[in-house]
Write a protein that binds this ligand. Structure first.
Ligand code: AMP
Length: 213
């Protein structure tokens, strides 16, 4: 049982690190607010329709919508039994304060990556709409071009992965990150991870970040 928050700019490698943590804690539910919102957008649910314009322009979806969505998700039994691996939430101080009331984080991994590296990553990023696996055309290509190695679905380029939207998303991240990181630093929960080498982190290093023996 572990309550983990992954915090970092878009394309900082939260999904990649989540995959590595899942190998160590296979039962922990990986909850990505971006994935849940994209699913809602694809299915044109009331939430998806409300979130669409914010997401497509690189802005944050309003706190009350995201908080309700996460609160619902955290009520499920898998979270009660195994904790959570939150990816992309909290992103604002209000979200962090709310999470503290519902199910407080025990460790916050902050991924640090320079802006230029983030831009390079995102322009090559392709992902699987079925199983959410992430690839990069340049650095981590799938075995067969355009096809997911894991489930065979056709890979897609996210509609918000353009240079203009990406710069806006990094600006948004930077505006909100300071207060969230300070909130958790005051609680002594922050561990900084060098996001340029997430791919190469060993199990031992990750266990030491998570304080698991
Ligand atoms: P991500 O996949 O985490 O980069 O999220 C994609 C988009 O979903 C973001 O650019 C936001 O528009 C929205 N989003 C995801 N998580 C949150 C959150 N915690 N608060 C507000 N908006 C979010």
């Amino acid at each position: 049982m572990k309550q983990i928050v992954l915090f970092g700019a878009p394309a900082a490698g939260k999904g990649t690190l989540a995959g590595k943590i899942k190998k160590i804690l296979p039962q922990i539910p990986h909850i990505s607010t971006g994935d849940i919102l994209r699913e809602n957008k694809k299915n044109e649910t009331p939430l998806g329709l409300k979130a669409k314009e914010y997401m497509d322009s690189g802005k944050l979806v309003p706190d009350e919508l995201v908080i309700d969505m996460v609160e619902d998700r955290l009520k499920r039994d898998d979270v009660k039994n195994y904790g959570y691996l939150l990816d992309g939430f909290p992103r604002t101080l209000s979200q962090a304060e709310k999470l503290e009331e519902i199910a407080p984080a025990e460790v916050v991994l902050v991924l640090d990556v320079p802006r230029q590296e983030l831009l390079n990553r995102v322009l090559g990023r392709i992902s699987c709409p079925e199983c959410n696996a992430i690839y990069n055309k340049f650095s981590i290509p799938p075995k067969k071009e355009g096809i997911c190695d894991i489930c065979g679905a056709k890979l897609v380029h996210r509609s918000d992965d353009t240079e203009e939207t990406m710069n806006k998303r990094i600006d948004t991240y930077e505006e909100n990150a300071g207060p969230v990181i300070r909130f958790y630093e005051e609680k002594g929960l922050v561990k900084h991870v060098d996001g340029t080498r997430t791919m190469h982190l060993t199990e031992k290093e990750i266990k030491s970040f998570l304080e698991i023996v």
